[in-house]
Design a protein around this ligand. Structure first.
Ligand code: MN
Ligand code: MN
Length: 291
């Protein structure tokens, strides 16, 4: 079950209302790298997790992400709070209200459509979607994806920290950013604690191709690095000379029934191109059929 505690995980002190900054902050509320996506990602993974240790970690982090959603949502609400009353009560001139809402981002949409409350959208007003979550139900895959998700969330917070001078907002964002570092660390440790985590899954793959680096982009700029050279790699430079890599004919075939083959032949004859006379089917050169 979930229980709500009325205290935030971290204190939010916003110096002054700023609807345009509020719309930027929505990126971490309803955006792809935001807190709702993180909470739903780990919560759904926790439900299906078989390993008791990882299940516990996923519930802990999912619940913390909901607490972060509360913090970033509170920042948005505070930044919109000044405008909220002004818009509802129409105490300012139309021109002043218009100016305060239309300086950038989607602050006008937020104010007019959502009344200043945090919308489940990204900073451009795109609605949140479950398509942000790429869970596949294999811990070696999902933990890698979680590590990447935390890395991206950290970077988005860093960029948001860099666009505001408000010390309270900066402080709360720095806290949220730092927690993503801690989550990334937990997921990396959890991945390493699975002895057989590479390659993911049970099948080893075809041995002769698993350590093969295919140098398909050749010319000036060709580089060597740990990703393509050394003891762990076989390298293929004569790409054209070696295809197909299986030593077969390199064509695509399928066995068809007699009926399928007949229909296909009829279709091919009907659609055949006649290289000798390109105007045979030219609508400009012939009367319409039956006309
Ligand atoms: Mn978070
Ligand atoms: Mn996180």
């Amino acid at each position: 079950m979930f229980i709500h505690n009325k205290k935030l995980q971290y204190t939010v002190r916003v110096s002054e209302a700023n609807p345009v900054l509020a719309s930027l902050m929505l990126e971490q509320f309803g955006g792809p790298q935001g807190e709702l996506a993180a909470a739903m990602r780990y919560f759904t993974q926790a439900l299906a997790e078989e390993d008791p240790g990882r299940k516990d970690m996923l519930y802990d982090i999912a619940t913390e992400e909901l607490s972060h959603l509360e913090i970033i949502g509170s920042i948005v609400a505070m930044l919109n709070r000044g405008m909220k009353g002004e818009l509802a009560e129409a105490t300012q001139t139309e021109a002043d209200l218009y100016r305060s809402l239309t300086q950038g981002g989607d602050s006008h949409t937020q104010a007019i459509l959502y009344g200043g409350g945090p919308a489940l959208t990204n900073s451009s007003g795109v609605p949140w979607t479950a398509a942000y979550i790429d869970t596949i139900g294999d811990p070696a895959c999902d933990l890698r994806s979680n590590i990447a998700a935390e890395a991206r969330a950290k970077i988005v917070y860093e960029r948001l920290v860099n666009v505001t001078e408000d010390p309270g907002v900066k402080d709360a964002l720095s806290f949220l950013m730092t927690r993503e570092i801690a989550h990334q660390k937990s997921f990396e440790k959890a991945l390493c604690s699975i002895e057989q985590n590479f390659p993911p899954g049970k099948l080893e793959g075809k041995r002769q191709f698993a350590d093969l680096y295919v140098n398909t982009s050749q010319g000036s700029g060709d580089s060597d690095g740990p990703w393509n050279s050394g003891d762990e790699w076989k390298r293929l430079d004569d790409v054209v000379g070696q295809i197909p890599l299986d030593g077969g004919a390199g064509s695509a075939t399928v066995k068809l029934t007699e009926m399928e083959a007949q229909d296909l032949t009829t279709f091919m004859r009907r659609m055949e191109s006649h290289l000798d006379d390109g105007r045979r089917g030219d609508p400009a050169a012939h009367e319409p059929r039956g006309g």
